[in-house]
Design a protein around this ligand. Structure first.
Ligand code: HEM
Length: 820
């Protein structure tokens, strides 16, 4: 029979046609395609063991693995040559990236970290999970570990909800209970041998059952056992290659067993699901654990959010498996390593919060003072890494004692927190456990019980008032006053053109005038006396910061600073009271108090409703707070920004370009300010390197659990801003360098979604009430300066950041002005 006859017969007979197509497809899959892929990869220099028909390299892999596994292994931790001898050997022969074959499937083995990063980050969505087949598919189905695209996104969201930080906290008691059950069993093995692998299997099964499925290990036992059998079948068949499509005609005993197991597992899980659905009918909700969320999604009335029964079963299987196989291994190996390295057992046992020892009365203040005096007495190079200079004690102790440590301000315990997860928890303070600590002494005389320091109901009332005075619409109305004040400053600057100017003092005047006008409806001159007295108070406070006094001693003995600060406090109160009385007179004349901060405060003081009314003392304290908070911090922000722009003149040019594009020669306006991108990046970066407020302080109100620590009541919590702002784990290795570009995608991206990694304005309910005010003021001032001047750093400038209530330049910032 000739070729033509054969083709004719094939074409006229449909089973033959089917067979023909099948054969062509098969030949393509097991011969042509591999040869083509091999050629393409070889042409790019990627080599590897050659492809062998049908089996690829699986036979070699199996032989090598059997050989290594049949030999006993010494107690070495280098398990790679034993578990994957083929990779170990081929990587040596073919280089760091090579091609191998799992049957007719090409596998590119990648071991260069740059490539690995690219593939796993998968920014272009080019490297999806590969589909799974055969036994693996029966084991995991299309659950979270294997699904792709939209389906994966939906499942991931559900799982993230079930396992987010807050839920994890709620799981702690169940975890502890399960460990206790295990340790109860261990009592029968005391002094005897125990196989911990089996123990941990039961433990992790119990934990995942309780926390994700709201049941016990016993209830899920049958599922675990069947899944374990499936895992066994997967391992046994991993390197067995079968002709594609063969399973249509022939089933091995493993196929038959795995099909049966798959059905039985599905039935068992469906029963658990049905049981949970019944709970809805009885209790009205599905529960917030993983199973609850899956069942809820399965019953969702919105088709887009709904998942199928099959999806639910697959996800349950995935979590049953993923939730205990891996953790069992981790626990077992850890116990093995600790049993071998007993000194580490001791170290872990001792691990806790450590720190420099407490010294009678003074705590650690003397050491802190000495360290600080030592660093401050040395000149500093032109570095932006100011943490070791301003807080050398923290810099050094955090290195010695770890990221969370205990130190002593006199007899007061201070827990220093530098892990962003912990800082976030404390500052967000959802359970109202971490209020501000009460203040005493000179700080109390300086700030009184105003918004920065008050607590509870009083704080809530004050914050509402302040938010009213500084909400978006009011801020817009403040723009003309800000512009006018900057113009007054630039009028003075005309006398310095082509010459040096010291900007710190200039900005102090500017910000004092701005806060006077916008919050108090007066001028700097009117408030000048108050500002000056407040500055003296700041100096007294800073001078005494490390002087520890025996509690109650001031009743018997007053030092000159006590006497002076008492006098200042009285005089400030009198001056502010005069401003308040003046505003009250306005009511009588004009019929309203005004809508600025002072107006709202005076109105609340005169409120006929007693529950809303505030005292004269409250008004005075609030005014002091705003006089201080409203200008100290912004003066520093402006000064440091000018310094950085004088050094990095390319950024100065960039900002000028942005300003001219938005405003031309015109005055800035609210809309343009809101659209400034580069300016925002530079301000963010300035506040990262030179945050005016360098530590946030809270108090533990009642004994509480902070992630893994139990905190006793009344301990003080210190969050050092600089430590977080310079943490290379958050910011990368260039954390100490000026690089505004890192903020080009916004703050969340710059911090890798670590909200507490960047806290110049604090975080949570007690964040800065003047943040938008301050940034608007800074943007307006910088824009108007950039429109008129180029500036360069004067040779007289000495880099000496110092902590004096806020982080400021000790000798000011001198620049030379070049008119444009
Ligand atoms: C660059 C400028 C500023 C910075 C870096 C800054 C920083 C901060 C920080 C870190 C906090 C939180 C403190 C904590 O959590 O313990 C805070 C709170 C506060 N800031 Fe600012 N601030 C700035 C400007 C201003 C301005 C201009 C005002 C007033 C107009 C202001 C008023 C306040 C007030 C009243 C609070 C207390 C809020 C509360 O506890 O509810 N700040 N500021």
């Amino acid at each position: 029979m000739g070729v033509v006859e054969t083709i004719k017969i094939l074409v006229s007979c449909s089973p033959c046609l089917y067979l023909l197509f099948f054969l062509i497809k098969l030949i393509h899959r097991i011969w042509w395609a591999p040869i083509r892929i091999q050629r393409v990869m070889n042409s790019q220099g990627i080599r590897g063991p050659s492809y062998r028909l049908i089996h690829g390299n699986t036979k070699e892999v199996l032989n090598m693995r059997t050989a290594t596994m049949s030999k006993p292994m010494d107690l070495s931790h280098n398990i790679f040559p034993r578990l994957e001898p083929h990779l170990q050997s081929w990587l040596n022969i073919y280089g760091k990236n090579f091609l191998m074959w799992h049957g007719p499937e090409a596998q590119l083995v990648i071991t260069e970290v740059e490539y690995v990063k690219e593939i796993l980050n998968d920014k272009e969505k080019s490297y999806v999970k590969g589909g799974i087949e055969g036994f693996k598919r029966k084991l995991l189905g299309d659950g979270l570990a294997t699904s792709k695209g939209e389906k994966w996104a939906k499942q991931r969201k559900l799982a993230s909800h079930a396992f987010y930080a807050e839920s994890l906290k709620n799981m702690v008691p169940a975890m502890i209970e399960s460990v206790e059950m295990m340790l109860e069993r261990w009592k029968h093995h005391e002094g005897k041998e125990i196989d911990v692998f089996e123990e941990f299997k039961v433990l992790t099964s119990e934990v995942i059952s309780k926390t994700a499925f709201g049941s016990s290990y016993l209830e899920g036992k049958d599922i675990f056992e069947k899944l374990s059998k499936m895992v066994f079948l997967v391992s046994r068949n991993t390197l067995r290659i079968r002709l594609p499509g063969l399973s249509l005609f022939w089933k091995s005993s493993d196929d038959i067993e795995s099909n049966k197991l798959e059905r039985e597992i599905r039935d068992s899980i469906t029963r658990i699901v049905r049981k949970r659905e019944k709970v809805l009918r009885e209790e009205g909700n599905f529960g917030t654990d993983l199973l609850g969320r899956l069942v809820e999604a399965y019953n969702d009335t919105d088709e887009k959010s709904r998942i199928t029964l099959e999806d639910m079963v697959d996800n349950c299987k995935t979590f049953y498996i993923a939730g205990h196989e891996t953790t069992t291994s981790l626990l077992s190996w850890t116990i093995l390593l600790l049993a071998i390295n007993r000194e580490w057992q001791d170290k872990l046992r001792k691990e806790g919060i450590r720190g420099p020892p407490y010294r009678f009365i003074h705590g650690n203040t003397k050491e802190v003072l000495n360290m600080r005096t030592a660093t401050m007495s040395k000149p500093m190079g032109f570095s932006h890494n100011i943490f070791p200079r301003l807080q050398p004690h923290l810099h050094s102790w955090l290195n010695i004692y770890g990221k969370t440590m205990l130190m002593w301000h006199g007899p007061e315990a201070q827990l220093v927190i530098t892990e962003s997860e912990y800082a976030k928890e404390i500052l967000n303070d959802k359970e109202k456990i971490y209020p501000k600590g009460g203040i005493e002494g000179f700080l109390k005389k300086l700030l009184g019980d105003g918004l920065v320091t008050s607590k509870g109901e009083k704080w809530a009332k004050q914050r509402k008032l302040v938010n009213h005075a500084f909400y978006a619409e009011s801020l817009k109305d403040m723009v003309p006053a800000m512009i006018e004040t900057v113009e007054m400053m630039l009028e003075r600057w005309k006398h310095h053109e082509g010459k040096e100017i010291e900007v710190f003092e200039e900005f102090r005047l500017l910000t004092s005038e701005v806060i006077s006008r916008t919050a108090f409806g007066s001028s700097y001159l009117e408030g000048k006396g108050i500002f000056e007295m407040l500055m003296k108070m700041v100096t007294i406070y800073s001078r005494n910061f490390f002087k520890i006094r025996l509690p109650g001693l001031s009743r018997f003995w007053n030092r000159s600073d006590d006497i002076e600060s008492d006098k200042l406090e009285r005089e400030i109160r009198d001056s502010i009271t005069r401003i308040i009385r003046k505003r009250e007179n306005v009511l009588r004349e004009q019929g309203n108090f005004g809508t600025d901060l002072l107006g709202l405060l005076v109105e609340a003081y005169n409120d006929p409703d007693e529950t809303n009314r505030i005292t004269l003392e409250d008004v005075v304290d609030e005014c002091k707070t705003f006089y201080i908070a409203g200008h100290e911090t912004t003066t520093n922000l402006l000064s440091w920004t000018i310094l950085l722009l004088a050094i990095y003149t390319d950024w100065q040019d960039e900002l000028r370009k942005e300003v001219l594009e938005l405003f031309g020669e015109q005055k800035p306006n609210a809309e343009g300010i809101a659209r400034m991108k580069k300016m925002t990046m530079v301000i963010n970066e300035t506040l990262r390197l030179y945050p005016p407020v360098i530590s946030l302080v809270r108090k533990v109100e009642r004994e509480s659990k902070l992630i893994r620590f139990v905190l006793p009541a009344d301990i003080m919590l210190h969050i050092p801003t600089l430590s977080l702002h310079l943490d290379p784990h958050i910011w990368g290795e260039d954390a100490h360098l000026f690089n505004p570009e890192r903020f080009s995608g916004g703050v969340a991206k710059a911090t890798n979604n670590n909200p507490a990694g960047y806290i110049p304005f604090g975080l949570g309910p007690r964040n800065c009430a003047g943040m938008n005010f301050a940034t608007n003021e800074a943007k307006i001032a910088l824009s108007m300066i950039l429109q008129r001047y180029a500036f360069t750093l004067s040779p007289t400038y000495v880099h000496s950041p110092i902590f004096h209530f806020t982080v400021r330049p000790e000798h000011g910032v001198q620049v030379v002005l070049h008119p444009l």
